[in-house]
Write a protein that binds this ligand. Structure first.
Ligand SMILES: Nc1ncnc2c1ncn2[C@@H]1O[C@H](COP(=O)(O)OP(=O)(O)O)[C@@H](O)[C@H]1O
Ligand SMILES: [Mg+2]
Length: 344
């Protein structure tokens, strides 16, 4: 019997609970400081304690994971703390999903290309600040956790914000930024699962994110906002998620979008999409969905639905979280002899 492994962070509890529910043994790679947290839960069977997650590529840890016949479930912390290069080159254990997609998610140009190939409506990108002719959001290139992004409506406000952020030490002088049309509307995050076993695209859940400090701005009267410009730096750091159900008439396009993304991945990112991914964007004033990014793996917003969501309940007769959905796929892959297609 195989063991399901993941790093102790992000959505680990949901993943391992789902694995246990499907009859797997579980192993967590946890920081020593958090081992106590994970010991509170009966569904965590084995522990590998580290000081830093990047130690996971050390041979002793890999040997233990392989001895347990582990399949690793990747999530955001694997990418942010271990890094794509190490995940691609040094992590010699079976990996659920596509390793290849990770770099398409991390690189803004590749990301843009895959979204265009998917035929998504996307915000206009401004190659030069001189061309800014509407409200834009200016994003830093690295994984900045949404800190140091700002809004600019023209060249002057772009330059003003750039120098403000540089003199505050938030932006490095040579740091590249991306200038993107700002879409006013409702930000929505679609949690999809593509099953290779069933050849089926599933919508597992939908969420909204609470991002600090921008989501706090609306709680202030306009006159207070006007006063606080000095020393105020917007941030889009996610602090939590809340559930959302969509108007049913909008759902058809959501599935079309997911299907097109899966097809684009088949063409550009072999062996194609496997398992969870997320499409992220804003519904504008006309109710059109404008996608600003995707994640090619499980997102933490799925933690809302440990006991199933309004959408997963339509597909399964039992509560199915994204974590459990992954475990079902692995179990069915093993049973049907197609597990090889799910691992990279
Ligand atoms: N084009 C846009 N229009 C409106 N809001 C946006 C746009 N792009 C991003 N945002 C907001 O900024 C947040 C962070 O942007 P995102 O592209 O997801 O950056 P990151 O790569 O750091 O996750 C989003 O979650 C959303 O709230
Ligand atoms: Mg994002």
């Amino acid at each position: 019997m195989k063991t399901i492994a993941t790093l102790g962070s992000h959505c680990a509890l949901q993943i391992l609970k789902g694995a246990k529910d499907e009859g797997f043994e579980t192993v967590i790679i946890t920081k020593k400081s958090r081992e106590g947290l994970y010991r509170r839960f009966d569904f965590v069977d084995n522990f590998i304690a580290v000081e830093h997650f990047s130690e996971i590529t050390e041979s002793a840890h890999l040997a233990r994971l392989n001895e347990l016949d582990s399949i690793l479930i990747p999530h955001g912390t694997l990418i942010s703390e271990v890094g794509i290069k190490k995940v691609e080159n040094d992590l010699s254990i079976p990996f659920f999903g596509s390793r290849g997609i990770l770099k398409w998610e991390a690189d803004r140009d590749l990301k843009e290309r895959l979204m265009k190939e998917s035929d998504f409506r996307t915000p206009k990108i401004f190659e030069s600040a001189e061309d800014i002719d509407r409200l834009t959001i200016v994003k830093r290139s690295g994984a900045a956790g949404g800190f140091g992004y700002f809004l600019a409506k023209d060249l002057a406000s772009f330059n003003e914000n750039m120098s403000r952020l540089r003199s505050a030490g938030i932006l490095q002088s040579d740091e590249e930024v991306q200038i993107q049309e700002y879409v006013v509307g409702v930000p929505v995050y679609f949690q999809f699962f593509y099953s290779k076993v069933k050849n089926r695209l599933e919508l597992i859940g939908i969420d909204r994110r609470y991002e600090t400090n921008v989501d706090g701005l609306g709680r202030l009267p306009a006159w207070e906002q006007l006063e606080m410009k000095e020393g105020f730096f917007p941030s889009y750091l996610v602090v939590g998620n809340s559930p959302l159900v969509l108007r049913e008439s909008l759902l058809n396009y959501v599935f079309e979008m997911g299907e097109k993304f899966v097809e684009a991945c088949t063409r550009l990112v072999p062996p194609g999409m496997i398992g969870p991914f997320c499409i992220e964007g804003v519904y504008n004033e006309k109710g059109d969905f404008i996608a600003f990014e995707f994640s090619g793996r499980i997102v933490a917003g799925t933690n809302l639905y440990v006991s199933g969501s309004p959408y997963s309940s339509l597909l399964f007769d039992q509560p199915v979280s994204m974590g459990r959905r992954i475990a079902i796929e692995i179990r069915e892959g093993v049973e049907s002899g197609s597990i090889g297609k799910l691992l990279t």
